[in-house]
Design a binder for this molecule. Structure first.
Ligand SMILES: [Zn+2]
Length: 193
């Protein structure tokens, strides 16, 4: 089995590339194609089952199944890290900014913010603050001052909450990536190309 896999180059060289690709499959083919055309991703549309095809979604499902096997918190952390924060919107409304919030990203960050109360010491009091801290960890650029002002809290309260939540999420993400690295290599999805 391993000899067969060794002859066949893996689909992705890096675990992060595999996850980025898998989490951008649903309703996000334009991004995948754009990334591929720009030479940024390792995906080759039409060649190795990575195009917007049934085979492609099968591979994405396989990658996501490995994520789900890790458990609830790691699954949410990986979804928040690798799914798109916003999706293209073509609703045509005059006020439309041509993007809409991604339901996957929003649900993952909200749920992690809820769970942070039990995992990040001293953060149980303010749900909205936890949401802001989780969003910052997953790439939203908002300063402590702005978060403090918006929630009518002291800047120091924001920074202590942020530290506790970021520490928790960082450790969860590190463990999840380590486990996925192992599992996706074992599955022949990630490896030398
Ligand atoms: Zn719209």
């Amino acid at each position: 089995m391993s000899a067969v896999l060794a002859q066949e180059p893996a689909l992705f060289e890096h675990t992060a590339d595999a996850l980025t690709w898998a989490y951008r499959q649903e309703g996000a083919h334009p991004e995948v194609s754009a990334a591929t055309k720009a030479g940024r991703g390792t995906a080759h549309v039409g060649g190795r089952g990575l195009g917007p095809t049934i085979e492609g979604s099968g591979n994405a499902g396989l990658i996501k199944a490995e994520v789900m096997r890790l458990g609830e918190v790691p699954g949410l952390v990986i979804a928040a890290r690798f799914s798109l924060r916003a999706l293209p919107c073509g609703c045509g409304a005059p006020c439309c900014k041509h993007t809409r919030p991604s339901p996957v990203w929003t649900a993952a960050t909200r749920e992690l913010a809820r769970m942070a109360a039990d995992h990040a010491p001293g953060t149980a009091g303010y749900l909205r603050l936890r949401v802001a801290c989780v969003e910052r960890f997953f790439g939203v650029k908002e300063s402590f001052i702005d978060v403090a002002r918006r929630n009518q809290l002291a800047e120091r309260t924001v920074s202590t909450h942020n530290k506790a939540i970021a520490t928790w999420l960082k450790s969860e993400e590190g463990r999840a990536m380590h486990a996925l690295d192992f599992r996706l290599r074992e599955a022949g999805i990630v490896g030398d190309r």
